[in-house]
Write a protein that binds this ligand. Structure first.
Ligand SMILES: [Mg+2]
Length: 174
């Protein structure tokens, strides 16, 4: 079943997603992956561009949450600087943390969009939860918190998706 890895939308980066359209589609909450989605995995600070961007989303009325498989000390840097709620060590695509978020904020599945760079964690997890899943390209090749095996697995599935014409890199859709 390859379709569970196929995102509802695929965009170049967090900055090219049509958030007005998401709003019209009824999305109230945006759950962002951290590493290689909001910032390159090696970066430890928040740029003005990112800060302004997150602020604009808040002004639009979205609840913004960072959900990362990275450890707490890393996630907290961004949580504080961007003044958003965040979950560390999320074990995506495991459902537990997603279900906690739904309960905590009282959202329904159709209220939530998840944005991330990995089909085996961010997209699979969001699809399992029946959230809107949005894939973006990785901001860098290295990701400290992704094991070598997982990278191979991600590559293998991407290859199969391409062969079946289900997902082709850089063929964006919204
Ligand atoms: Mg990531």
């Amino acid at each position: 079943m390859l379709t569970k890895y196929v995102p509802d939308k695929y965009q170049k980066s967090i900055y090219t997603i049509n958030y007005k359209k998401l709003k019209r589609e009824g999305i109230k909450c945006l759950i962002f992956d951290l590493d290689n989605t909001l910032v390159p995995a090696s970066v430890n600070e928040v740029s003005k561009k990112l800060k302004d961007f997150i602020n604009d989303l808040k002004i639009m009325g979205f609840k913004v949450i960072i959900m990362s498989n990275s450890p707490k000390n890393r996630v907290q840097i961004f949580q504080k600087a961007l003044m958003v709620d965040a979950a560390a060590l999320s074990f995506k695509p495991n459902k537990d943390k997603y279900e906690k978020i739904i309960k905590l904020y009282g959202f329904k599945a159709e209220d939530i969009a998840c944005i991330g760079d990995s089909i085996t964690t961010d997209i699979l997890g969001a699809n399992k939860m029946e959230f809107t899943s949005i894939l973006v390209n990785s901001m860098s090749k290295s990701d400290h918190y992704i094991k070598f095996f997982n990278k191979l697995e991600e590559k293998r599935i991407l290859n199969n998706l391409r062969k079946k014409d289900l997902l082709v890199k850089e063929r964006y859709y919204d």
